[in-house]
Design a protein around this ligand. Structure first.
Ligand code: SAM
Ligand code: SF4
Length: 358
C-alpha cells in the first residue's frame, strides 16, 4: 500500500494520533473525573489491542507518524504492553509516547521499554503530599515521584512532567519548575481547560458551597465547576516562576532557542541557566495553537475526534470489527476533512477528559 500525507481542509498535515486505550483510572483527579469515576463501559464497547493496532497500520498509510497512548490511565490496561509491541512493528511509526500518572511505572517501565515505548509524560500537579492526595483523591505523591525516577532510570527520553495549573489550588509552581534544574526533566505547565459535561459546566451542582472561582480545598473542584477565573495564563505564570527564580538565586527563565525537547508540539520552552531540563508552557486557553494542530484523537470506544474541544465524533469500531479497511479509511478521511479550523474554548464537552484521552 502506498503511503501519503493526508492534509485537512486548511492545509494542516495530520501526522499525530492520540489514542485513549481505556477510560478507567486508578486516580480520580478533581479536575478530570467525578469522585465516583466514569460509568464502566462493557468490554465489547472498547477497542481491543488488535483493533487499535489495525487502525494504526491503516492510518500510517495516510501520514500518521507519531502515536501517544493515553486514557484514563493507560497503565491500568492489561493490553498496553502487547499494544506497544504491535505499534512498534509498524515501520512508518517514528515515535511512540505515553501519558501516565506514573503510579504503575516503577513496575512496568522495563516491559514498556522492551516493547518499544520511546518516551513518557508523567502528570504531577503538586509536590505537597496532602495536596497531591486531595487532587488525585486516590493517589500518593511518592508514586508519581517514583514514576519519574523509573522513567529516567529506564532511559525514556525525553521525560516530561505535566502540571495542570488551577488558580484556586495555589500550587507551588516554582517548586515544580525547580525539578528541571538538577535532572533532565521537562516540566510543562498546562492551562486548565473546560472539559466535562456541557449541561453542567460552569454551574457547579454543589453551590452555594462551591461557587465558581472561590479559593478552597481541592475536593470542591470538579470538572463541572470549571470556571474561567481558574485559568492562570501562561504569560502570567512564566513571569511568576521567573521572578521566583531570581529571588531564589537560580536566575530568571531564559528562552531555550533551538534546544526544545523532542516532540515539542504546542509547548513554549524556557530554562534556568545551567539546568539539565526545561520549563514549558502550554497555553491551550490564552493562545490557541489551532493553526499548527496536527492531531486527531481515538477514544477507547472507537470514536475519532478531530478536535479535543468539539463533540463531533466519527465512529470506526464497527468498520474495524467488520475488517472493512476501505470503510475505516473513508471514516478517517472524513474526520480529517471535518477538522475545524479552530475551537471555542469555554463551552465544555460532553465527555470528561479521562474519556477523551488528554
Ligand atoms: N492518566 C494519565 C495522566 O494523568 O497523565 C493520562 C490521561 S490524563 C486525562 C492526561 C492529561 O490531561 C493529564 O496531564 C491531566 O492532568 C490532563 N488534564 C485532565 N483534565 C484536564 C483539564 N480540565 N485541563 C487541562 N488538562 C487536563
Ligand atoms: Fe486519571 Fe489522569 Fe484523569 Fe487523573 S488526570 S483522573 S490520573 S485520567
Amino acid at each position: 500500500m502506498a503511503s501519503h500525507d493526508l492534509h485537512d481542509e486548511y492545509g494542516r498535515s495530520i501526522s499525530y494520533l492520540r489514542i485513549s486505550v481505556t477510560d478507567k483510572c486508578n486516580y480520580r483527579c478533581v479536575y478530570c473525573m467525578p469522585a465516583e469515576g466514569v460509568a464502566a463501559r462493557g468490554h465489547d464497547e472498547l477497542l481491543s489491542a488488535e483493533e487499535i493496532a489495525r487502525f494504526v497500520r491503516l492510518v500510517a498509510q495516510e501520514g500518521i507518524r507519531r502515536i501517544r497512548l493515553t486514557g484514563g490511565e493507560p497503565l491500568v490496561s492489561h493490553r498496553i504492553v502487547p499494544l506497544i509491541r504491535e505499534i512498534r512493528a509498524i515501520p512508518e511509526i517514528e515515535d511512540i509516547s505515553l501519558t501516565t500518572n506514573g503510579a504503575l511505572l516503577p513496575r512496568l517501565a522495563p516491559e514498556l521499554r522492551d516493547a518499544g515505548l520511546d518516551r513518557v509524560n508523567i502528570s504531577l500537579d503538586t509536590l505537597d503530599a496532602d495536596q497531591f492526595a486531595r487532587i488525585t483523591r486516590l493517589g500518593r505523591l511518592e508514586q508519581a515521584l517514583a514514576g519519574i525516577d523509573a522513567a529516567l532510570a529506564f532511559g525514556f527520553d525525553p521525560v516530561k512532567v505535566n502540571t495542570v495549573v488551577v488558580r484556586r489550588l495555589k500550587q507551588d509552581t516554582f517548586g515544580l519548575a525547580r525539578l528541571s534544574i538538577d535532572r533532565p526533566v521537562h516540566v510543562r505547565f498546562i492551562e486548565y481547560m473546560p472539559i466535562g459535561s456541557e449541561e453542567t459546566i460552569g454551574a457547579c451542582k454543589n453551590e452555594p458551597h462551591c461557587p465558581p472561582g472561590v479559593s478552597g480545598a481541592a475536593p470542591e473542584l470538579h470538572p463541572e465547576a470549571w470556571d474561567v477565573t481558574d485559568i492562570v495564563p501562561s504569560d502570567e505564570l512564566r513571569e511568576q516562576i521567573s521572578e521566583a527564580g531570581k529571588r531564589a538565586g537560580v536566575g530568571p527563565l531564559l528562552p531555550v532557542g533551538e534546544h526544545a525537547p523532542a516532540g515539542a508540539g504546542p509547548a513554549q520552552y524556557w530554562r534556568f541557566a545551567g539546568a539539565q531540563g526545561t520549563v514549558g508552557f502550554i497555553s491551550a486557553m490564552s493562545n490557541h495553537f489551532c493553526n499548527r494542530c496536527n492531531r486527531l484523537r481515538l477514544t477507547a470506544d472507537g470514536k475519532l475526534r478531530p478536535c479535543l474541544f468539539s463533540d463531533d465524533e466519527y465512529p470506526v469500531r464497527d468498520a474495524l470489527r467488520a475488517s472493512d479497511d476501505a470503510r475505516v479509511l473513508a471514516i478517517y478521511r472524513d474526520a480529517v476533512h471535518h477538522k475545524p479550523l479552530e475551537h471555542e474554548t469555554t463551552d465544555g464537552t460532553a465527555r470528561f477528559m479521562s474519556q477523551i484521552g488528554g
